[in-house]
Write a protein that binds this ligand. Structure first.
Ligand SMILES: [Fe+2]
Length: 504
């Protein structure tokens, strides 16, 4: 299609700007011919831009309904949840209501599992028997006999449950419990002391994987860290050139053309004053300057790609989760771009064919790694999506109070995963990885920043410049690698693209 448009323009001795070319490539060629016939008569310019086209769009309303086309594009992204709140004085009652609401939400999920003899701590009382109780973890410790003693609480009272070390499988599961996790315990005994026979997590599960009708790709990026001296601008620009169809071999260009959505999952800029001495690692030292650069880069992306952006810990928003969408005060240009959707962190977004995507930057991932011994000693920071499985099991993005900042919400805890997504997109760990859990796709995006002193200190070695791509129709997944002079598929495909000198 694009080649036919090029040929047509060459015959008419005109040039189109990138935005108009992208717009035309989505409509029938015969209509493009008619529009260009009209345009070349009324416009004396050799270079015809989308702005010129928009100025004259009344002349084409019989050929194409441009307003409808723009509306269609808007309808491609539905923001199901993006949080907003007014700042107010936070009181103790807000935290109490927040936890009560969280307990009720997760209890409701657990109750759907047809738990046998479901009871409450007060109802059990001194009556010895076999029960299931839903409770929050208040504390846990290893006893003298090396058993695990867990203090629990529900809305009716407190109790203790004991996990015997001889039950090795169960002990391993119990050992992974975090403070403030909400789970169901299958127990026997009285409410003074209950012995655990099984632990049921709320868990996330989809009946089947979703397949769409549209042969379109979704690209997942994050952690640009613009403003940092370690920002890998040259590599990012190579990605932008690729997504615009300007570099790559024939097949890579075909795939690039099919990318219709780009998710940017936070840490878009490096920010300022995030840690002592950050200034010496910045080459853009103001937040507005960093967002200006961010806007300039996104402006280069073709306009038929919908870009969905949430903040991360380095963006200029309050650290407590949910973090509000990046404000106009800092990035007014982003608010004016019609293909950009600014959402909170976390956010819930629906795209083509009903694909529901939970975006979460992932500040809690480090806490899961630190708090779960099996993960800390085992995979550490190497496999971020394995950690995200722990999030999905708990149906909560950051369960433990005190480990990270959050904004209490007495009506509904926004960090509860009350709808199971088709895809959960995270970032923060600076490593691209894809895995699947109960028909849910887990995508961790890479970064565009080389290793920082902090990452070196905590032993998190980043894997920058990789972009996971997901096809909505076939569920084909690829990771494309922009870390080197040539564009490579990270795995599963031998296609290698040699770039021309100007792009290297
Ligand atoms: Fe980051």
């Amino acid at each position: 299609m694009v080649n036919r448009i090029f040929e047509l323009c060459s015959n008419k001795k005109i040039f189109l700007d990138r935005e108009l070319l992208a717009f035309f490539s989505d409509i029938e060629f015969e209509k493009v011919e008619k529009i260009l016939d009209v345009l070349t008569q009324v416009v004396g310019e050799r270079i015809i831009t989308k702005k010129i086209f928009d100025l004259h769009h009344d002349k084409f309303k019989d050929i194409i309904d441009t307003k409808k086309a723009i509306k269609d594009k808007e309808q491609r992204v539905k923001i199901l949840k993006s949080y907003n709140f007014r700042s107010k004085k936070i009181e103790v009652s807000d935290f109490i209501n927040h936890f009560r609401s969280r307990f009720e939400s997760i209890k409701e999920i657990l109750e759907k599992k047809n738990l046998i003899n479901l009871s409450s701590i007060r109802r059990i009382g001194a009556n010895s028997g076999i029960y299931t109780i839903i409770a929050i973890i208040k504390d846990k410790r290893i006893t003298k006999n090396k058993n695990l003693l867990i203090e629990i609480e529900d809305l009716t009272g407190n109790s203790f449950v004991l996990v015997n070390r001889e039950n090795k499988e169960l002990f391993k599961i119990a050992n992974k419990l975090l403070l403030d996790d909400i789970v169901a315990f299958k127990v026997s005994g009285t409410s003074r002391m209950l012995f655990v026979n099984d632990i049921v997590f709320p868990d996330s599960f989809l009946e089947k994987e979703r397949y769409g009708n549209a042969d379109e790709f979704v690209a997942f990026c994050g952690d640009f860290h613009i403003g940092s001296k370690m920002f890998l601008e040259k590599n990012l620009m190579k990605f932008i050139d690729w997504i615009n169809g300007e570099v790559g071999d024939t097949r890579q260009k075909i795939i690039a053309k099919k990318v219709k959505y780009l998710f940017l999952t936070g840490d878009n800029v490096d920010g300022v004053s995030h840690y002592p001495g950050q200034e010496k690692f910045l080459n853009i030292k103001s937040c507005r300057g960093q967002y200006k650069k961010f806007e300039e880069i996104l402006e280069k992306i073709r306009k038929d790609i919908q870009i969905i952006i949430c903040p991360g810990q380095h963006d200029v928003v309050w650290l407590g989760e949910p973090q509000l969408a990046i404000g106009e005060k800092w990035a007014c240009g982003l608010h004016k771009m019609e293909n950009i959707h600014l959402v909170s962190n976390p956010a819930f977004v629906e795209i083509a064919d009903g694909f529901k995507i939970l975006m979460y930057h992932g500040a809690s991932i480090n806490h899961f790694i630190n708090e779960i011994p099996d993960i800390r000693i085992g995979i550490g920071h190497k496999n971020p999506t394995q950690v995200v499985k722990e999030i999905l099991k708990r149906r909560h993005l950051a369960p433990t109070h005190g480990l990270m900042d959050y904004v209490p919400n007495g009506e509904k805890d926004p960090l509860v995963i009350d709808i199971v997504p088709d895809i959960i997109a995270t970032a923060d760990q600076h490593r691209a990885e894809i895995s699947c859990y109960n028909n849910i796709l887990l995508i961790s995006s890479s970064c565009w920043q080389s290793i920082t002193p902090f990452e070196e200190k905590v032993g998190n070695i980043p894997d920058p410049c990789k972009v996971p791509l997901f096809n909505l129709k076939t569920r084909e997944i690829k990771i494309i690698d922009f870390s080197d002079d040539e564009i490579k598929w990270k795995e599963g495909d031998n296609l290698i693209c040699k770039l021309g000198d100007k792009n290297v």
